[in-house]
Design a protein around this ligand. Structure first.
Ligand SMILES: NC(=O)c1ccc[n+]([C@@H]2O[C@H](COP(=O)([O-])OP(=O)(O)OC[C@H]3O[C@@H](n4cnc5c(N)ncnc54)[C@H](OP(=O)(O)O)[C@@H]3O)[C@@H](O)[C@H]2O)c1
Length: 284
């Protein structure tokens, strides 16, 4: 086992720090005096992170194993230790399943699922050798329950949730813990520049229902958490010293899960149909 100087500042590596939750998390750890490896696909997007003391900005694309290895190597050579890894990079995919191209499905899983696998596998030898470490995967409330026209995003985030919980059985004997944070809506670039859709035009057979769902979604927006609030939950998950695995982040996520727990499957599906303007009960 490597010996790590327990008195030196701890080090966190975070993916997807160009915006949103990842950027806020990088600031949160930096404020707490951590050594931060703020990674992003394009380091030119670092902005104010670039000037912060003890912050190393490094290129990392979660779909590119070489860039992951380079970032981990740079972390160890600059800071000599790695205590926490935040798998945050990801993007939303909205729309019905049937018209989704193989390419968009593959990109969703390459980023939101295989990206988490890639980074986790790259850091495990270091965490195991240290006999300590925390991996925090940013899942979603959409990894614990579902909304209409998000089937592919849900399937990716459910994968992250299952992966994270089960990983604890393998890592416990090495002193490494895996946790996930499940945010509800967060005011970031997620629903803007980062969002992809499964359909190329409005000629698909689901278009009328998609339009209804989008209109309902637009009128219900609000009550989102800030990225800073979500970063606070991430910081707690990384530092509370517990074996808690699941951290739900945001009042909207808590309310949705409470509603889900209080009804049966059919009742939940019907409530969601109503909420998204798709009519009442499923009759099929
Ligand atoms: N916002 C929400 O409502 C919400 C709710 C639940 C969960 N989440 C999850 O929270 C995480 C962060 O999202 P966000 O809300 O902060 O959205 P965001 O502002 O769009 O940030 C997404 C980040 O992921 C990065 N990214 C995308 N593909 C990447 C790749 N292949 N390699 C490395 N980085 C990549 C983006 O980098 P570029 O600048 O290079 O595109 C960006 O930095 C995601 O996993 C998302 O699924 C968000």
């Amino acid at each position: 086992m490597q010996t790590t100087d327990r008195s030196s500042p701890k080090t966190v590596l975070i993916t997807g720090c160009s915006s949103g939750i990842g950027r806020a998390a990088a600031h949160r750890f930096a404020q707490a005096g951590w050594q931060v490896v703020a990674t992003m696909r394009d380091p030119n997007q670092a902005g104010d992170l670039a000037g912060l003391p003890k912050v190393l900005v490094h290129a990392l694309d979660v779909t590119d194993q070489g860039s992951i290895k380079a970032a981990v190597d740079a972390t160890l050579s600059r800071f000599g230790r790695l205590d926490v890894v935040i798998n945050n990079a990801g993007f939303g995919l909205f729309g019905p399943f049937e018209p989704a191209s193989d390419a968009v499905i593959e990109r969703q899983f390459a980023t939101n699922v295989f990206g988490v696998f890639n980074v986790t596998r790259a850091v495990l030898p270091t965490l195991r050798a240290q006999g300590a470490g925390v991996i925090v995967n940013i899942a979603s409330v959409g990894g614990l329950t579902t909304l209409p026209f998000n089937s592919l995003y849900h399937s990716a985030k459910y994968a992250v949730v299952g992966f994270t919980e089960a990983l604890n059985h393998e890592l416990a004997d090495f002193g490494v813990r895996a946790k996930f944070v499940a945010p509800g809506g967060v005011a970031t670039d997620f629903a803007g520049r980062s969002l992809s859709v499964t359909f190329a035009d409005d000629s698909h057979p689901y278009a009328a229902n998609v339009a209804k769902a989008m209109a309902a979604w637009g009128s219900r927006r609000g009550g989102y958490s800030s990225p800073e609030q979500t970063a606070e939950v991430i910081f707690t998950a990384a530092t509370d010293g517990t074996r808690q695995v699941r951290y739900v982040a945001g009042a909207d996520a808590e309310a949705l899960l409470a509603m889900r727990a209080g009804t049966d499957d059919a009742g939940y599906l019907d409530r969601m149909r109503q909420a998204f303007g798709l009519g009442g009960q499923i009759t099929a």
